[in-house]
Design a protein around this ligand. Structure first.
Ligand code: HEC
Ligand code: HEC
Ligand code: HEC
Ligand code: HEC
Ligand code: HEC
Ligand code: HEC
Ligand code: HEC
Ligand code: HEC
Ligand code: HEC
Ligand code: HEC
Length: 304
């Protein structure tokens, strides 16, 4: 074969040069088509293999896992990699999020981005080639989330069913969202606020909104005294309705029914809550107030 370097000069300021290219082994990837002369004949120089087969002469196949990324499956390695040299590591065409946005729509910058997404660090969660996990994730859930977030707040005595299943994505968008805490739907910061079902939309994805709307019920909730709905009483107020988080932790809590042990009070003082769940009701002591009880079979407090 001709000395290719005679006419094709080295790339300028490449940071990474592909080993066989640097070694001048052009013929491991290029060959002359039979009876053709280069450069006189157009298209005389052809590749020694098509698609991934060219690369797999030297590299392990990257389509062996359960889930293979589209362009890898189709052997379009050079849609992401330069075959000769690049100013980016790993011979990549682009860095960070830019690489992915060559093909994927930028739905990321429209929302409040999740930390690693804002850093353009897609690869901390996704493998670019393949994985046995869905979406080419590097780890399963919730392990992936716990590689950065503390799992201790999620493993108390009572654990919320979707959290126990590791289904963080039921409530959180891994890339970010327009709502706080990267939630898929709204959930407010405040502990007290005028009632509006929109505020707790994330909860009513799975729970029946009626549990907050009906003043009296003998079925919609267990938090009732006789048929007086105590969810309605606490939450459904025009001015100072309570948020769910005034009583519940969305992930896990020390007391039954996701009831928190303490909630923020004044300044640094936290208000303790002691919840004693009984077969047909419960008793609650909040801060230094008198104990309050409810009983579903026989109302404790029938007058209101
Ligand atoms: C005598 C000078 C010369 C040598 C030696 C040479 N090339 Fe080229 N090559 C050219 C020119 C000129 C073009 C541009 C042709 C065009 O634009 O039509 C070219 C184009 C190419 C192309 C683009 C595709 C094509 O066929 O037009 C490839 C691939 C290529 N060369 C590979 C090689 C390889 C591999 C070698 C070594 C085996 C090599 N060339 C040796 C002059 C040379
Ligand atoms: C690892 C495989 C590989 C090696 C080694 C390699 N090439 Fe290539 N080269 C390719 C592929 C793949 C393309 C087609 C790129 C495209 O279609 O975008 C290409 C395209 C080219 C082209 C045309 C486009 C351009 O970049 O100008 C030339 C010229 C070329 N190679 C020259 C060389 C020379 C000279 C060497 C040796 C010093 C070499 N190549 C070594 C894979 C290789
Ligand atoms: C969607 C873009 C994309 C496609 C398509 C792609 N790669 Fe990669 N590749 C990457 C990224 C990003 C890295 C860097 C990985 C990292 O930093 O962890 C990489 C790294 C590599 C590496 C070096 C590190 C390693 O994992 O061994 C090789 C070799 C490689 N790719 C080969 C290939 C081959 C062969 C194909 C085609 C079968 C291919 N790639 C297709 C994005 C891609
Ligand atoms: C002739 C053998 C050969 C072929 C063909 C080949 N590679 Fe490589 N490639 C190597 C060698 C050798 C290294 C260096 C490995 C190392 O440093 O461990 C390398 C390294 C890489 C790297 C890592 C670069 C870095 O940052 O250090 C990537 C990415 C890569 N190859 C992609 C590809 C792709 C994509 C193709 C097909 C277009 C391909 N290779 C074809 C031999 C080859
Ligand atoms: C060369 C084009 C291309 C690039 C670059 C690219 N992708 Fe893809 N990606 C695809 C194609 C094609 C599919 C399969 C079609 C589909 O399901 O959307 C896909 C699918 C995916 C999927 C699975 C989607 C699903 O619904 O199953 C994920 C996750 C993904 N890509 C992440 C990434 C990440 C992260 C990057 C950057 C490292 C990236 N992609 C870069 C073309 C690309
Ligand atoms: C914190 C981990 C994490 C980071 C960082 C991350 N992703 Fe994802 N990505 C996921 C998870 C988890 C899913 C599965 C989403 C689902 O089931 O709703 C996903 C799904 C996807 C999908 C397919 C579904 C969709 O939403 O379109 C694409 C494409 C994708 N990611 C691309 C990217 C790109 C591009 C980046 C960088 C800008 C990125 N991801 C950063 C965790 C992450
Ligand atoms: C690579 C590390 C990393 C991984 C993996 C990761 N996160 Fe994050 N997460 C962060 C960083 C950094 C922040 C702080 C910046 C911000 O608010 O986004 C954050 C913030 C959050 C927040 C908002 C916290 C607050 O107090 O406002 C939530 C909710 C969250 N992540 C959920 C998840 C979920 C769910 C997963 C798994 C799908 C996950 N994270 C995976 C790094 C990570
Ligand atoms: C049922 C819905 C739901 C599920 C499932 C869920 N979260 Fe949350 N998460 C929330 C809500 C609501 C908040 C905001 C709490 C607040 O306003 O104080 C939150 C807040 C967070 C925060 C911010 C820190 C904090 O306590 O305020 C992190 C980090 C977080 N979640 C991670 C996760 C991880 C990891 C998983 C999976 C193991 C997960 N979440 C599952 C609803 C959920
Ligand atoms: C993805 C669906 C889903 C979402 C979203 C969701 N939950 Fe749940 N929740 C469940 C399931 C499933 C159970 C278990 C129901 C059962 O055991 O009958 C449950 C049970 C509960 C319980 C009773 C816990 C126990 O130990 O019996 C409380 C309290 C609760 N959820 C509060 C909330 C709050 C507050 C929100 C909003 C921040 C919320 N949930 C959002 C699915 C969800
Ligand atoms: C004043 C405290 C308090 C507030 C505020 C509160 N809950 Fe509860 N919730 C309870 C108690 C106590 C129970 C346990 C009832 C029982 O089993 O005896 C409960 C039970 C539940 C259950 C289990 C099913 C049921 O109704 O018995 C769900 C689901 C639930 N709450 C969701 C919510 C949601 C969503 C919000 C906010 C819109 C909310 N809670 C606000 C105290 C509260």
């Amino acid at each position: 074969m001709q000395d290719c370097r005679q006419c094709h000069s080295d790339p300028g300021k490449a940071v990474v040069t592909h080993a066989p290219y640097a070694a001048g082994e052009c013929s491991s990837c290029h060959q002359l088509a039979q009876d053709k002369r280069h450069p006189e004949d157009r298209g005389a120089v052809i590749l020694t293999g098509t698609g991934a087969r060219l690369c797999n002469q030297c590299h392990d196949a990257l389509d062996t896992a359960k889930n293979v990324h589209g362009p890898v499956a189709s052997g379009d390695c050079i849609l992401c990699h330069q075959p000769h040299a690049s100013k980016n590591g790993n011979l990549l065409n682009n860095t960070g999020m830019g690489l992915c946005l060559n093909c994927h729509e930028n739905t990321f910058s429209q929302k409040k981005m999740h930390g690693p997404v804002a850093d353009g660090n897609c690869l901390i969660c996704h493998d670019p080639h393949q994985s046995d996990n869905p979406f080419f994730l590097k780890m399963g859930l919730p392990a992936l989330c716990f590689s950065c977030h503390n799992p201790s707040a999620m493993s108390d005595k009572s654990v919320h069913a979707p959290v126990k299943k590791g289904n963080c994505l039921a409530c959180h968008d891994p890339h970010g969202s327009p709502y706080r805490k990267h939630l898929r739907k709204d959930f407010p910061e405040a502990f007290y606020l005028p009632f509006n079902p929109e505020n707790f939309a994330i909860c009513f994805d799975c729970h029946a909104l009626e549990m907050i709307l009906e003043r009296r019920t003998d079925s919609l909730t267990n938090f009732r005294d006789g048929d007086r709905n105590l969810h309605f009483l606490h939450v459904n107020k025009i001015d100072k309705g309570r948020s769910c988080k005034a009583c519940h932790d969305p992930h896990a809590a020390e007391q039954p029914k996701l009831i928190k042990r303490r909630i923020p009070g004044f300044g640094k003082w936290e208000i303790p809550i002691a919840f004693d769940k009984k077969a047909t009701g419960g008793t609650c002591v909040v801060g230094c107030h008198k104990p309050k009880s409810y009983d579903r079979t026989k109302a404790v407090n029938d007058q209101q």
